[in-house]
Design a binder for this molecule. Structure first.
Ligand SMILES: NC(=O)C1=CN([C@@H]2O[C@H](COP(=O)(O)OP(=O)(O)OC[C@H]3O[C@@H](n4cnc5c(N)ncnc54)[C@H](OP(=O)(O)O)[C@@H]3O)[C@@H](O)[C@H]2O)C=CC1
Ligand SMILES: CC(=O)N[C@@H](CCC(=O)OP(=O)(O)O)C(=O)O
Length: 349
């Protein structure tokens, strides 16, 4: 029998952390050996999450690098922005593998991070070491590495919708508009007026307009793919549903192409990638069709009147947008099949 990889989760009491627990409990090569909390060490994890009763009986450990080193091989960080900045370098120095689902190591420039996140940036040496784990696009770079920065939820949906076009050079780099909507679990378990039931129920609103911290992350990846600077308009909206992101993206092409050519480009780009599903002509995905799964479903339509292309991309924000992609990154990092422990069907209805 082969030994399982031992995993610790910092931020295990949050939505990203508890989704990691659900996925890792079903992973054949991984054993959860430490669930960690900065505020409730000693309490059983099931106290805060009764759905884990008799499934995960562990008590929460404190955030202690020496303790983690003794118990784990890989550490997932599902912590608020600013925590990983300090903690990840210490975990890496202790010889641990790290997968960070926060935004602290996604942006290559510390100055850009500080501008958009309003936090002190990480040490440049560790920023350089972090690999941006957008699996279907940069997954080759993840293999064998020890420090992965997991992409943001909105960037995952939006970038997977745009990557084939950006990489082909067909896209007009100044023409991109992404109009993205998220369920409220994207805001985490903490309470705020924004996600208060009577504020968001039967409501629908735009927020952080022209200020969303995911804008530079999407632009950074698109610029890298296109080989030229890409700037875009990115607007986020909150929808009264629990899970799901739908990003509607509008772009102009540099020169005329047929919809069939664009479909063929997407088909070839994502060939062999299990978790990206392109819808047939005239069909567009809904968030419920990927609920609880690691899929990203994409539909597209070329408007012959305007020449503009509309792309619709959906994910489950806590799976493909966070914990699922983090597990996919672990699989790539370890040289396992990328779908190990993730090959489940979306929950429907
Ligand atoms: N929710 C989502 O859809 C997505 C979230 N993310 C990112 O993942 C991260 C976690 O998000 P999410 O799970 O939603 O947030 P939550 O607010 O639900 O959970 C965050 C957890 O972090 C822990 N925490 C707080 N402060 C510290 C600290 N100083 N040291 C260690 N742990 C701390 C808290 O637990 P405790 O007090 O027990 O330590 C808390 O439960 C964030 O960076 C978020 O942006 C990324 C993609 C999607
Ligand atoms: C609905 C909602 O509030 N969503 C959050 C997404 C935050 C998130 O997931 O942050 P990272 O991906 O950057 O880690 C937001 O818009 O800030």
């Amino acid at each position: 029998m082969t030994t399982k990889l031992r995993a610790a989760i910092v931020g295990s009491t949050g939505y990203g952390g508890v989704e990691l627990i659900r996925l890792l409990l079903a992973h054949p090569n991984v054993e959860i050996t430490s669930v960690i909390s900065s505020s409730s060490a000693g309490a059983p994890i099931a106290d805060g999450y009764p759905h884990l009763n008799q499934i995960l009986t562990d008590r929460l450990d404190a955030v202690d690098v020496e303790l983690i080193r003794g118990k784990a091989d890989v550490v997932f960080l599902a912590t608020p922005h600013g925590v990983s900045t300090e903690l990840s370098p210490k975990l890496l120095d202790a010889g641990l593998k790290v997968i960070d689902i926060s935004g602290d190591f996604r942006l290559q420039s510390g100055d850009v991070y500080e501008t958009w996140y309003k936090h002190k940036p990480a040490d440049p040496e560790y920023l350089k070491r972090a690999v941006y784990g957008l699996c279907e696009v940069f997954g080759e770079e993840v293999r064998g590495k020890d420090f992965i920065s997991n992409p943001g939820c909105y960037p995952t949906a939006t970038l997977l919708g745009l990557a084939p076009l950006a990489a082909s050079g067909w896209i007009d780099p100044k023409s991109i508009i992404a109009d993205a909507k998220s369920g409220v679990s994207g805001a985490g378990r903490g309470l705020s007026l924004l996600v208060h039931y009577s504020e968001i129920n039967e409501n629908f609103l735009a927020y952080k307009v022209n200020k969303h911290q995911h804008t530079p992350e999407i632009e950074q990846a698109l610029s890298r793919l296109a080989g030229e600077e890409v700037v875009m308009t990115f607007t986020t909206h909150l929808v009264p549903m629990t899970r799901g992101i739908l990003s509607t993206i509008y772009v102009n092409l540099k020169s005329p192409r047929s919809e069939d050519d664009i479909r063929e480009l997407y088909r070839q780009y994502y060939e062999g990638r299990k978790f990206v599903r392109l819808r047939e002509k005239g069909k567009y995905p809904a968030t419920k069709e990927v609920w609880g799964s690691n899929y990203c479903d994409i539909g597209l339509s070329l408007d012959s009147r305007t020449g503009r292309l509309t792309i619709v991309s959906v994910i489950d924000n806590v799976v493909k947008g966070a914990a699922g992609q983090a597990v996919q990154n672990l699989n790539l990092m370890m040289g396992w099949d990328e779908a190990t422990g993730l090959a489940f069907t979306p929950v429907y209805p």
